[in-house]
Ligand binder design. Structure first.
Ligand SMILES: [Fe+2]
Length: 478
């Protein structure tokens, strides 16, 4: 297994001097019609600077993490930029988003699940299937996407070492670096981003795995926020929810940069975290308390309600997409968890040793109710976790409950889509039989990139294999 595919910079004619190199980036993020964040990491502390649009932004002191908030750009325009660090420099360009309300046509991409696969080589650079990820990004770039959304399981993770997890993230970022110079990648969390405290019995058997604390510095959420640049417009945390055992102190990890939304043209993308405060062992061992795989907790759901309501009123937005790692309706590989648990509504998070009121299926329905009945603009959910591509249209006639389900049932007053694409390089999962299988379309285990062609009110999805370049599917969503 390759552990790291990095970069080093040398000066002189020998003996050589090692000088600062950029080992991650520069990356474009948080792109709007007039601004962007450009960031990179260097091997040594250095005062770096960026030149863009006739302006120079300089670091205030020597650092290895460089982040420049660029403002005052012209909409829908290509801007060249140059990053200088020591005696070296690199030049790329970015294109700003169209101005608000212009309804310019554009394309965006979606995928998830690129953790390392079997087979060795670049398919297995510690934590990441760098081979397929690079091809995904190359194809997205060639198809002129304006941005890529990637929702979870970038890496293998599930570690207790922050530094090893950082290395896995670095390998993932490195695989798509040549394309991230030019367009933003927005990243969400999945279960494999878990970074925790692992408790074992005397025989070495794992008894519990919970999110690491202090949450502010050691949690999966804290490391994720350090490793990526995402909007900070999400909820604060699950603190002060009705189960909070200690309302005076903050005793949950932050949602900052792992739950957020952004807009591009007439589209809004809401990124959720269905693996928040994740305790992988909670489904079978509840004594530790913790978040459940697939469960959207109370404060996050409340923030979603408010965000949808705001976007419904925004006249520049025609289409809303949701993305969370776990499908509402699993089809292959995860029927025993995500938002279904083989139809077992008993599964739920525990807080302070006590179960929360709503089970996983009730919570799934509350979530879907917001998307369907509190919105006209939501097109559907982009999901992953299952390493395959497929889609379904949730309609009123689709069976979605276990037998003798005693709780309130969802009113499907209009159809929405679930588009699952966990086919970015993780080992593939075949199809299972579930109550909604008749509604599941185009199930494929090829590596896949979903492209959304947005033309005012119309949206067409085209799906390609990034390795062989054949087209897998084409669907008119709107
Ligand atoms: Fe997953």
């Amino acid at each position: 297994m390759l552990l790291f595919d990095g970069i080093i910079a040398l000066k002189g004619e020998g003996p050589f001097e090692v000088i600062p190199a950029i080992y991650e980036g520069p990356f474009v993020n948080m792109l709007t019609d007039n601004s962007a964040v450009i960031w990179c990491k260097t091997t040594h502390p250095v005062k770096a600077e960026i030149e863009i649009n006739g302006k120079v932004y300089k670091d205030e002191h020597e650092t290895t993490l460089h982040r420049w908030n660029i403002a005052g750009l012209t909409p829908n325009t290509k801007h060249n930029y140059k990053v200088k660090y020591g005696i070296q420099s690199q030049s790329y360009h970015l294109k700003t988003a169209p101005s608000k309300g212009s309804r310019e046509a554009f394309v965006f991409g979606y995928a998830s699940d690129s953790r390392h696969a079997t087979g060795g080589g670049e398919r297995k650079i510690l934590g990441a299937n760098a081979y397929i990820m690079k091809k995904m990004a190359a194809l997205a770039h060639m198809k002129d996407v304006s941005f890529m959304q990637f929702t979870g399981d970038m890496i293998n993770g599930y570690l207790s070492s922050k530094e090893q997890q950082r290395l896995e993230y670095s390998n993932w970022k490195k695989s798509i670096e040549p394309f991230w110079h030019y367009m933003p990648f927005y990243i969400g969390m999945g279960n494999h981003e878990a970074l925790g405290l692992i408790f074992k019995d005397e025989n070495g058997k794992q008894q519990a795995f919970i999110d690491a604390f202090p949450y502010e510095t050691q949690s999966a959420e804290a490391l994720f926020a350090e490793e990526f640049v995402n909007p900070e417009n999400g909820p604060d945390s699950e603190d002060d929810n009705k189960y909070d055992p200690d309302p005076k102190n903050i005793d949950f990890p932050s949602y900052k940069e792992n739950v957020f939304y952004y807009t591009y043209g007439n589209v809004a993308m809401i990124v959720l975290n269905s693996n928040y405060w994740y305790a992988p062992s909670i489904a079978n061992q509840t004594a530790s308390s913790g978040g459940l795989h697939g469960y959207l907790m109370d404060n996050q759901l409340q923030w979603l309600r408010e965000t949808i309501s705001k976007l419904e009123r925004d006249k520049n937005i025609d289409h809303i997409f949701l993305t969370q790692h776990t499908p509402a309706f699993p089809n292959g590989g995860h029927s025993k968890d995500v938002m279904w648990y083989s139809g077992n509504n008993e599964k739920r998070p525990y807080i302070g040793g006590k179960p929360v009121d709503k089970g996983i299926i009730e919570r799934r329905d509350e979530y879907l109710d917001i998307l369907i009945n509190q919105s006209k603009k939501v097109v559907g959910m982009l999901t992953g976790d299952e390493h395959n591509y497929n889609w379904l249209k949730l309609t009123a006639d689709m069976p979605i409950y276990p037998e003798n389900y005693p709780h309130k049932k969802l009113n499907v007053s209009r159809p929405i889509y679930q588009i699952n694409n966990g086919a970015a390089g993780a080992p593939y999962y075949g199809q299972e039989v579930l109550p909604w299988s008749k509604h599941t379309q185009s199930f494929s285990v090829e590596n896949a990139l979903c492209l959304f062609y947005v033309e005012e009110k119309k949206i067409t999805m085209k799906v390609f294999n990034p390795d062989t370049l054949n087209q897998i599917d084409e669907v008119e969503l709107r």
